[in-house]
Design a protein around this ligand. Sequence first.
Ligand code: ATP
Ligand code: MG
Length: 414
Amino acid sequence: MVDLLPAQSHSWQKVESIALEHFSRAGLQEIRTPIIEQTELFLRGIGENTDVVGKEMYSFDDRGGRSCTLRPEGTASVARSIVQHGLLNNGPQRLWYRGPMFRYERPQAGRQRQFHQIGVEFVGLASVMSDAEVISVAWNFLKDIGLNDLTLEINSLGSNEDRNIFKEELRNWLNQRFDLLDEDSQKRINVNPLRILDSKNSSTKELLVDAPSLSDFLSNESKTRFYYLQELLDDLNIPYKINNNLVRGLDYYCHTAFEITSDHLGSQATVCGGGRYDGLISELGGPKAPSIGWAIGMERLIILAGDAILQSKTPDVYVIHRGEKAEKFALNITCKLRSANLSIELDYSGSTFSKQFKRADKSRAKWAMVIGEDEVSKGQLLIKKLIGKEKGDNSEEYIFFKEDLDQLIKKLID
Ligand code: ATP
Ligand code: MG
């Protein structure tokens, strides 16, 4: 598990604030669910035959002997909460969430055991329009972060009936080639043959080129739905590729499945994964409520956003002071300026003015404010421009009386 250090937290905040902006424009509301759920929720909501449930969950018995699990993803918890609180009585729910998720995986670049997702769920909406809208929220958000070389891949998993017919066909085909499959895929034939389609094993991948394709098993209704989604994406100028092998790991998906990938992430290429899950809410005891959503992995997003977003926040003013009386004055003015929405860093070293100035430069503050015994006795403040001046240029220095706070603030935000 990984610490998020101060040098990185600013980029996270920036990415999250852009996300919030997009979510609020799209009329989404935030939902926060607990990090721990009853294990049963994920068994039912994700499916026992998935990697997530079968191999990756952090589960334990609590002191009351109940099996609990650190959530491996957000959708099941959001669905549980919607059912438990009867939120659908108020109509369809357009929600977003963020927070840590836990999966026992092999840690590597872009893959951690505690990682963070930011996600969106549209619950109680069946129309293809909602598929396109949900995808557009993710796409536009990622664009706004400055990511330009993303690929959106889409597929249709069809209805449950389509998929069941296909599963049988695929299982037969795979059984005839059992010995040619990798061990993992051999194990999956009976429990979850669809998952074999997105196997990472190269010889299995080669073999699968000739496998039956789900697209040939879609009913006319499912096909029409998928074509309409493509039409809507075309209309929104969102480019996409059709990937018939995109199946997603979780059991409850149907019809639209999609992923947004980048070439800059190595083998952990998927930054956003999502799809339609019409059966989940009723599976958890709620009403029939067709739904669609996605989740973005924050760690991968931050890797992609890179330097553009990585600049740490710099203060507006660095306050330099020396002497006991100056200290009180410095703290007082610092708090007043913060109340006026300025960001202020206060020196704590008590060292010489020149050393404090070096630290001020290092902080990349726009201004230094200097308070010595002299300033205190005169009731004055000296400010000095640090950013955007030539070395040795002292032309941008100003003196204010402490009573003229408004003028000082005006100068500082100029
Ligand atoms: P992968 O194929 O990379 O394991 P997944 O299909 O398991 O992904 P989802 O369950 O769809 O992933 O989760 C959505 C997103 O969350 C992923 O696209 C990825 O960006 C991120 N994610 C998933 N697992 C991890 C992890 N262990 N560490 C970091 N990010 C992750
Ligand atoms: Mg995974």
